[in-house]
Design a protein around this ligand. Structure first.
Ligand SMILES: CC(C)(COP(=O)(O)OP(=O)(O)OC[C@H]1O[C@@H](n2cnc3c(N)ncnc32)[C@H](O)[C@@H]1OP(=O)(O)O)[C@@H](O)C(=O)NCCC(=O)NCCS
Length: 216
């Protein structure tokens, strides 16, 4: 679904570095695939949602985060009142909110991946959530965050209900990923009507091999 955004070298795929740190390889990658990926990332780190079983020579694991994928099993009705669409002009404020709240990777170009919605109070962005991964039949809700001093007032819940309703109206199943240690967020998602579908592991790798020419 993000084929127009993806950068590709052979069978290795990545989002542009300013959009998302995630990459993809075939489920059984061969040596060429790994070399192509090393060329695509040019020494930068690689992040996988479905980590390959075998990590080859020249690659070092630098991150491993356990979590879960949750799916909408009946999120309740949405109220669009007070919810604003966020666009490119809002990105500096979104980056600031994400830097303060750490909902997961949010980069200057992440907004290209889908709809992003926010709640403003006295002009200031205090909460946001948006869409990230997509595949036929599914759209992920991501970058869910509320400024620390405004938590516990249902702002994230309102944003998630609106996003979920819009995604379902578009014919997709809303889903999301959460780190297992984030008990508060998991409680909120369960209260809203999300249920765990599967456990997930995010793995980050760093290429430590010889320098390869960039294919881009
Ligand atoms: C997780 C996070 C987004 C929740 O934001 P929030 O706006 O505080 O969420 P809500 O207010 O909708 O819900 C949080 C709690 O407040 C409760 N609440 C909802 N409406 C309320 C209201 N009107 N008054 C008081 N409490 C309320 C909810 O029931 C929930 O309670 P619980 O913790 O017992 O489940 C926020 O803590 C955050 O930004 N965390 C850091 C980033 C992060 O981890 N994001 C998730 C990544 S997967």
């Amino acid at each position: 679904m993000h084929a127009a955004i993806a950068q590709r070298h052979g069978r290795a795929l990545r989002y542009p570095a300013d959009v998302s740190p995630f990459m993809a390889l075939p489920s059984q990658p061969d040596g060429d695939d790994w070399r192509n990926l090393a060329q695509l990332v040019r020494g930068g780190d690689v992040t996988f949602f479905a980590p390959p079983e075998h990590i080859p020579r020249h690659w070092e694991k630098v991150l491993e985060l356990d979590g879960m994928q949750m799916v909408d099993t009946g999120v309740g009705p949405a109220d669009e009142e007070g919810i604003v669409a966020l666009g490119p002009d809002d990105v500096p404020e979104m980056l600031d909110l994400a830097a303060r709240t750490k909902p997961g990777p949010f980069l200057p170009g992440t907004i290209r991946l889908g709809t992003y919605l926010g709640i403003r109070e006295e002009g200031a962005l205090v909460a946001m959530a948006g869409e990230r991964f997509r595949f036929p039949g599914g759209t992920e809700i991501s970058a869910v965050c509320t400024s620390a001093e405004r938590r516990g007032h249902g702002l994230a819940a309102r944003l998630i209900r609106v996003l979920s309703a819009r995604i379902r109206e578009g014919g997709d199943l809303p889903f999301l990923h959460v780190v297992a240690a984030n008990r508060g967020a998991i409680r909120l998602y369960e209260a809203l009507g999300f249920a765990t579908r599967t456990d997930t592991t995010v793995v980050g790798l760093r290429y430590r091999g010889p320098t390869l020419p960039s294919p881009l």
